[in-house]
Design a protein around this ligand. Sequence first.
Ligand SMILES: [Zn+2]
Length: 306
Amino acid sequence: MKIPIHKLVSVVRGKKPTRFPYCNCLLFEDRTRAIIETATEIPVLQEIESEKVDLVLNSHAHLDHMHGNWAFPNARIGLHTESAPLARSKEVYGDSFILDLWKKLMPLPLNILIPFDRPQDALEIRDSRIVQYPESRVDFTLEDGEELDLGKVKLRVIHAPGHCRGHCCFFWEAEGILFSSDIDFTGGGPWYGNGTADLGDFLKSIDMLVDLSPRITVPAHGRVIEGNLAEPARRFAEHIHRREETILEKLDRPRTLDELEDLKMFHEVRLHLIFHFWEKVMILKHLDRMVQMGVVVQEGDLYYKA
Ligand SMILES: [Zn+2]
């Protein structure tokens, strides 16, 4: 369905919740018909006449943002320079997103199949090797600060790393409309369970979005936010600080990452080994940051309070 937020701009989403593997997309019906993100349901892609869209922008190369790119055969597809290689190649995606770290952190090989509406869009990993992932062509790359001229709409690219390295937001300054992507201000808090995530960058990016003073913020997941972003941003960032405190409390004596994983800070129910992995990666991101800040000491496999 199309939910207008401006006479030229609509949020596009399906019937299912906009959490993984789906997201909110943002459609601009200007001289150039453009859409940010494509991970929605097939009937919705038909409803917006995806073949008549001229421009596709993906905030980053995660599956739950771009698995519908195939439905835009006549659009030029743009991603940030640091995301383009992941979109183009399943091997690059697999390594930087999961597999390099998996091999380091997990005792067993990864086997997972995440099916989608079309079989060829599935994500399949067997024995820690990526078998299937919906690669996308990339026709041009985006740079921080670049302005995309759609007609009346001028969209600024805002490189906002933290969730992952090539993560971007998009801002139409004149109307105060922001697409904040995975800085999504949802109650579950920030997600950084991948190889290129960085907590310091994540916090900086959240502040940067508040400084833009958007009138309407459309995240990739969850609800549209109207008005001041300061309070939702504070609550969102608070998750990071609280998680850090929880870890620090546990480090009153030296502990390994495996011991800390038992805190279950992120995933209470773990139906698949991958939840243990994400838990470990996110804790590791905190440990890296706290070691850097000098509040935690690392000796081999052990971490303790400085
Ligand atoms: Zn993502």
